[in-house]
Structures are given as structure tokens and as C-alpha cells.
Design a protein around this ligand. Structure first.
Ligand SMILES: C[S@@+](CC[C@H](N)C(=O)[O-])C[C@H]1O[C@@H](n2cnc3c(N)ncnc32)[C@H](O)[C@@H]1O
Length: 210
């Protein structure tokens, strides 16, 4: 029971962080500013991982009657079973998410797949270093592993193609508030704001292409 409590708390923490950083500070912020004029909204996510951010975005689209084209990269995909073992649907917010999560993971690579009436998905099995954006993105979720684990993912060089692919008024959000990341985004021409972080973290970054 203790292990379950601990597990539940860490899952709950991950969920709250994803909602705060990507959905509220990124997608909902962009929608409040520009959402009415743009359909579909294009979202790019660096690092599909468990699919949690994609799932939350899919649910946001459904709840807000908002159409999203979601493009994401994952060079090291998890097996569906590994993801199912995380039991996202044990969390109250994600109670009915099992089927959507399955569809997100089983969607074929490198093609556009309609997952729901308001959400289509393009997954690329490729390293960010090799990826060449083919469209403009309204919202970017930059969810790489942390600087200590993968410092190369936070450099100006690696961020440049993504920043260049941002739409006018596009928004990039990341959980990192590191000074060097902020400076790299500024050098690339974005206006960068340190904003309130998710519970337990003081700050995060929101960068806007004005
Ligand atoms: C913090 S996790 C992303 C979590 C994910 N957004 C989610 O909702 O579960 C970082 C992800 O980046 C992927 N990754 C690692 N190196 C990468 C690279 N060079 N290019 C693209 N993705 C990479 C990892 O496999 C991992 O899934």
C-alpha cells in the first residue's frame, strides 16, 4: 500500500506538472491570445515519451471544441504495455483515457492520423538533431530530459530549427528555468519570460515569437 501511495503521488505530480507547464502555460495561454483566429492549432512536442502530454492535449481539444494538429518526435519509443502499466487511468483526471492512450501509441509513424474529431497526430521516430520541421508551430512543448542528463538538448544550435519554425506569436514552453536556456532562446530572437512553475518548482520558461 505504501508503494502504491508513493507511486500514486509521483504520477499525480507528473500529471500536475504536465498540466501546468504545457497545457495551461502553453496551449491555453496561446488559445486565449490567438486561438479564435487559427484552426487547426499546430502543436509540436519534443519527446513523446509516455504520451501524457499528447493525451492531455487531446482531452483539452475535446473539452474546448478546438482542433489540434499534434506533431511529435520519439527516437526511443516505449512499448504500449510499459505505458499501460503506469495506469494513467487510475488518476481521476484521466479516468476515461485508456482507449485514447492506446490510439496515440499504436498510431503509425510518419503519417497523419485522426485520433479524434478534434485531434490529429503525426509521430516521427527520429532524433531532434536530424529533424527538419516542415510546418509552422503555434505551440511548442520542449520536454527534453534535463540539462544534467542531456545538456546537448538545450543548446542554441539544437533549438534553432524549432524556433525558426514557430508561427508569428507562437509560444514555446519548457519546465526548465535555467539561465543558459533562457539566453539561448533570447539569442534566437524570442522574448523569454520566467513564469511561475508547477507545484514544487519555482519557475519555468515561456518564450514568444513576437
Ligand atoms: C522528459 S521525456 C518526455 C516525456 C513525454 N513528453 C511524456 O509526456 O511522457 C524526454 C523524451 O525525449 C526523448 N529523447 C531523448 N533524446 C532525444 C533526441 N535526441 N531527440 C528526440 N527525442 C529524444 C526520450 O526518449 C524521452 O521520451
Amino acid at each position: 500500500m505504501e508503494a502504491w501511495d508513493e507511486y500514486y503521488h509521483s504520477m499525480h505530480g507528473a500529471l500536475n506538472e504536465a498540466i501546468h507547464v504545457y497545457i495551461e502555460s502553453g496551449l491555453a495561454f496561446w488559445k486565449a491570445e490567438h486561438g479564435i483566429k487559427k484552426n487547426p492549432c499546430t502543436v509540436f512536442e519534443m519527446g513523446f515519451g509516455t504520451g501524457l502530454n499528447a493525451l492531455l492535449t487531446l482531452e483539452y481539444a475535446a473539452a474546448n471544441d478546438f482542433t489540434i494538429l499534434y506533431e511529435t518526435l520519439e527516437p526511443f519509443p516505449l512499448a504500449l504495455q510499459e505505458v499501460q502499466e503506469l495506469n494513467f487511468d487510475s488518476l481521476p483526471t484521466l479516468q476515461n483515457s485508456k482507449e485514447s492512450l492506446r490510439k496515440l501509441h499504436l498510431a503509425p509513424w510518419e503519417s497523419s492520423v485522426q485520433i479524434s474529431s478534434t485531434f490529429s497526430l503525426i509521430k516521427h521516430k527520429i532524433l531532434l538533431e536530424k529533424f527538419m520541421p516542415q510546418r509552422q508551430y503555434d505551440v511548442i512543448y520542449y520536454d527534453a530530459f534535463g540539462f544534467r542528463v542531456q545538456p546537448e538538448m538545450w543548446s542554441e544550435e539544437i533549438l534553432r530549427p524549432l524556433v525558426n519554425a514557430m508561427s508569428p506569436n507562437g509560444v514555446l514552453v519548457t519546465y526548465s528555468a535555467k539561465g543558459s536556456v533562457r539566453r539561448a532562446l533570447e539569442v534566437l530572437g524570442l522574448d523569454v519570460f520566467r513564469i511561475e512553475g508547477p507545484p514544487g518548482k519555482r519557475e519555468m520558461l515561456r518564450a514568444i515569437r513576437f
